[in-house]
Design a protein. Structure first.
Length: 579
C-alpha cells in the first residue's frame, strides 16, 4: 500500500456538504485538506446546462445508480435511487430546486436531540451560504458563494397554477424560503447566469488553485483506519492501487445517506451483529448506522392542456438542438431553467401544523427522466407527502468496498402515508378544477378519472409513485443510543471522525434536500473549526393560526367532490367552506 502523505483534514465525498467543507476549512491558510471523490470532473454540458438535468441523472458516468430492494408497499417494485458520482455530487445532477425546509422542521430536530439546530440556529448558515439574485434580507443571503434565482415565468401556466391555488383558498407566499413557506408561489433554483450552480461551481472551483486543497477524483474509499479508538486516515483505491492518506486532525465523511453509512460499516463501525455476519471486524458497535432511512415519494398528476403552449412542443430532436445551441452561445432561453418555476406547500387536513404536501408545477407532461412523453399537450404537478412515517435501512451487501450497499426504504408501510397520498390526489384535482385553469384544462391524463375510491388511489400510488430522490437519516444526529453522531456531527465513541451530509438529519425536511445539506456543511464547518457559531437569528416565521381546525386559511372556496374528483374539463362542485 502506498503512503500518500498527511493532511489536517480528509473529506470523503465531494458532494454538496463535502464541497462546502473543503472551502470553509481552507479559509485558514495553514490548514491542508484532501478531498476524495470517486467520480470524475463536472465540465460536461449535460451537467452545466440546467434544462438537461435528466441526462446526467440517468448516466452511469455521473450516477451511482442505486436501486432499492423490492418494495412490498409498491407492489414489489425496485425504485431508482440516483446519487451523484461526480465532482459536486448530487448537486451536479439534481433538479436545482432550492428549498430550505420549514422552520418547524429544524425546531423538531432540536426537540429530537439535535441541540442548537433549531430554525433560529440554522438560519444564519442558510444566509451565509446564499447569494440571492433579488437581494438579501433577514431570511435570505446576498453575498454567499451559492447563487439562487427565480425563473422567468414566461409560460402563463406557471402563474395560472399560483392563481388556482389562491382560488382554492390557499395562501400565496412571496418567498417559500422566507417568513412563510406555506402557500403557492415562485420557486428558487440554484442557477447563475444560465448555468447550474452546483456546490462544485460555488465552493470548489473558485479556490482549487489558490488554497491548500488537494482534490483527488476517481478515488474509491475502502475504509477509515482507526488507531486506539481514533480515526487516523483513509484507505482508498485509485488507478488500480491502494493508497493511504493520514489525517492530523479529523476524517470527515460526506458521501451521503448511502455511502457514508456504508463506509462506516466497512470500517467496522455499525451494528455489531450485521458486521459480523458480513465478515467485517467490529471496531465500534453503533446500532443506528444505516437505520432511519427516509425519503419523499411523489406522483406525477397530469392534465391535458387544450392550448399548444406546453413544453411538450419542444420534446423533439430539432427543438432540443435549437435550445442547446441558444444556451451554448447565450446561456439563455429554455436551456437556462430547470422548469420548476412555481410550486406550493400545503397541509393535507386540519390538525397538521405545517405543510405535509409539496407541489412542483411543470408546464409539460412527461416523466422526470424525460421519457414517456404524453401523446398530447399537458401540464403536471409533482405532488407528494413530506414527512413519511415509513423507515428503511442501508446495509452492506458484502465486505467488498466495490459492492453496492443494499437499500430498502420500506415505502408506504405506514397507514399515515397512504392517507396523505389520498389527500394529495383529492386536493390536486380540486386545484386543477379552479377557474384559472378553465382556458387550458382538458381531460385528466393521470391518475385518470376512473381512479376515484380510496382503494383505487392506493392501487395507483403503489403502481406509479416514484422517489423524489431525497434520501436521508442513516447516520442520525442525536444523543440517544440509536444516534450515530452528536450535535457537533462527531461519530459517537470514535475520536477524530465526523459525518457531515444529509445522513445526519434526524427527520427529513419539508422540501428538497440540497439547500439544507449545504446548510449542514456550513454549520458543521464552524463546529470543526471550534471558533464559535454565528449569532442566532431572531427572524419570525409564520404558522397558520387556525391549523388545528382548518386545512387551509381561505374562506369560501370552489371544491370538487372529495371522493370522485372531476372527470374531465370544467367539472366542479358548488362553493363550500374550506376544510
Amino acid at each position: 500500500m502506498n503512503e500518500m502523505g498527511e493532511f489536517d483534514y480528509i473529506i470523503v465525498g465531494a458532494g454538496s456538504a463535502g464541497c462546502v467543507l473543503a472551502n470553509r476549512l481552507t479559509e485558514d491558510p495553514d490548514v491542508s485538506v484532501l478531498l476524495l471523490e470517486y467520480g470524475g470532473g463536472d465540465s460536461s454540458i449535460y451537467i452545466q446546462m440546467p434544462t438537461a438535468l435528466s441526462i446526467p441523472m440517468n448516466m452511469e458516468k455521473y450516477n451511482w445508480r442505486y436501486e432499492t430492494e423490492p418494495e412490498p408497499g409498491l407492489k414489489g417494485r425496485r425504485l431508482h435511487c440516483p446519487r451523484g458520482k461526480v465532482l459536486g455530487g448530487s448537486s451536479s445532477i439534481n433538479g436545482m430546486v432550492y428549498v430550505r425546509g420549514n422552520a418547524l422542521d429544524f425546531d423538531t430536530w432540536a426537540e429530537m436531540g439535535a441541540e442548537h439546530w433549531s430554525y433560529h440556529d440554522v438560519l444564519p448558515y442558510f444566509r451565509r451560504a446564499e447569494c440571492r439574485a433579488e437581494g438579501g434580507n433577514d431570511y435570505r443571503g446576498d453575498s454567499g458563494p451559492l447563487h439562487t434565482c427565480n425563473g422567468t415565468l414566461a409560460n402563463p401556466l406557471y402563474g395560472t397554477f399560483v392563481e388556482a391555488g389562491m382560488q382554492a383558498g390557499y395562501w400565496k407566499t412571496d418567498d417559500m424560503n422566507g417568513y412563510q413557506q406555506e402557500g403557492f408561489g415562485r420557486m428558487d433554483m440554484t442557477v447563475y447566469r444560465g448555468q447550474r450552480w452546483s456546490c462544485a461551481n460555488a465552493y470548489v472551483h473558485p479556490i482549487r488553485t489558490t488554497r491548500k486543497l488537494t482534490v483527488l477524483l476517481n478515488a474509491l474509499a475502502h475504509k477509515v483506519t482507526l488507531r486506539d479508538g481514533r480515526a487516523a486516515g483513509v484507505v482508498f483505491e485509485r488507478g488500480g492501487s491502494l493508497q493511504e492518506a493520514r489525517a492530523r486532525r479529523e476524517v470527515i465523511l460526506s458521501g451521503g445517506p448511502i455511502n457514508s453509512p456504508q463506509l462506516l460499516m466497512l470500517s467496522g463501525i455499525g451494528p455489531a451483529a450485521h458486521l459480523r455476519a458480513i465478515g467485517v471486524p467490529v471496531e465500534r458497535d453503533l446500532p443506528g448506522v444505516g437505520r432511519n432511512l427516509q425519503d419523499h415519494l411523489e406522483m406525477y398528476f397530469q392534465q391535458e392542456c387544450t392550448q399548444p403552449i406546453t413544453l411538450n412542443k419542444v420534446m423533439n430532436p430539432w427543438s432540443k438542438f435549437l435550445i442547446g445551441t441558444q444556451w451554448f452561445f447565450t446561456k439563455g432561453g429554455l436551456g437556462a431553467t430547470n422548469h420548476f418555476e412555481t410550486g406550493a406547500f400545503i397541509r393535507s387536513r386540519p390538525g397538521v401544523r405545517w405543510p405535509d404536501i409539496q407541489y412542483h408545477f411543470l408546464a409539460g407532461a412527461f416523466s422526470y427522466d424525460g421519457n414517456a412523453v404524453a401523446g398530447t399537450h399537458g401540464f403536471q404537478a409533482h405532488v407528494g407527502s413530506m414527512r413519511s412515517k415509513s423507515r428503511g435501512w442501508v446495509q452492506l451487501a458484502s465486505a467488498d468496498p466495490r459492492a453496492r450497499a443494499r437499500v430498502f426504504f420500506n415505502y408506504m408501510s405506514h397507514e399515515e402515508d397512504r392517507i396523505e397520498m389520498r389527500a394529495a390526489v383529492r386536493l390536486t384535482r380540486e386545484i386543477f378544477a379552479q377557474p384559472a385553469f378553465d382556458p387550458y384544462r382538458g381531460v385528466e391524463l393521470q391518475p385518470g378519472p376512473e381512479v376515484k375510491t380510496a382503494d383505487e388511489i392506493d392501487d395507483f400510488v403503489r403502481a406509479s409513485v416514484e422517489s423524489a430522490f431525497h434520501p436521508c437519516g442513516t447516520c442520525r444526529m442525536g444523543t440517544d443510543e440509536m444516534a450515530v453522531v452528536d450535535p457537533q456531527c462527531r461519530v459517537r465513541g470514535v475520536e477524530g471522525l465526523r459525518v457531515v451530509d444529509s445522513s445526519i438529519m434526524p427527520q427529513v425536511t419539508t422540501g428538497n434536500l440540497n439547500a439544507p445539506t449545504i446548510m449542514i456543511g456550513e454549520k458543521a464547518a464552524d463546529h470543526i473549526k471550534g471558533n464559535g457559531m454565528l449569532p442566532r437569528s431572531q427572524a419570525p416565521y409564520r404558522v397558520a393560526e387556525d391549523w388545528q381546525t382548518r386545512q387551509r386559511p381561505g374562506t369560501p372556496v370552489r371544491q370538487v367532490d372529495h371522493a370522485a374528483g372531476p372527470s374531465g374539463a370544467g367539472a366542479r362542485a358548488p362553493n363550500r367552506a374550506a376544510v
